[in-house]
Design a protein around this ligand. Sequence first.
Ligand code: UDP
Length: 238
Amino acid sequence: MEKREKMYEGKAKVLFATDDEHQVIQYFKDDATAFNGVKRGSIEDKGVVNNLVSSRLMEILGLVGIPTHFISRLNEREQLVRRVDIVPLEVVVRNVVAGSMAKRLGREEGEPLVRPVVELYYKADKLDDPLVTLDHVEVFGWADDHEMSTIIELAHRINDILLGFFANIGIRLVDYKLEFGRLIQSPHTLVLADEISPDSCRLWDMKTGEKLDKDRFRRDLGGVAEAYREVARRMGLS
Ligand code: UDP
């Protein structure tokens, strides 16, 4: 496999083409942004840790039958993934009240939810990724009915697996964001794409409640790189 031109550069990752039109390389940067790019910075070795963590989580999900874009980790900062057409939705799964849910609904951060809640946000930086309903998704044609049933079912299955996985290493999986895509090679096949890492999850130490995720950066709590490394360490990755 040969690495070719840069196709796209996002806030935390860069995509490169390869000599196979159906496969791309995902490169993980150390750049960190929050509040839709208003806060910017860099977290030492974040790209390395997120590549490791996300590769392992995608591998585990793949092993239990969740279709994902992940093929293999190539080196410290790169992974080979199947090329997809991204569904323009951020699928947020919540087990505990935090972040925007706490603010929007006036609830206390840390309140456990009686069952997981799946929320959909329209991926549009200019609009600050607004919360949308299934009706919006359908009438604006971002995904069809069948795709949305698949996405929501996958989100719940992924949550069951990840909740147990993190609980096993003493971490409370509070909430996280998923993205799905249609395989370029087979547009009717939906797969989990993007990444699952401390950038896109809220992870709290089960005993102390300590935050081991990007909220340390968002809220200027310090120890950001150490927290990311701690997640990798507990996963047996360093
Ligand atoms: N999230 C993300 N990217 C986004 C928005 C949210 O990865 O653009 C993740 C975030 O890290 C958290 C979950 O999705 O784990 C829920 O985020 P929330 O809606 O509470 O938004 P935020 O706190 O980022 O305003």
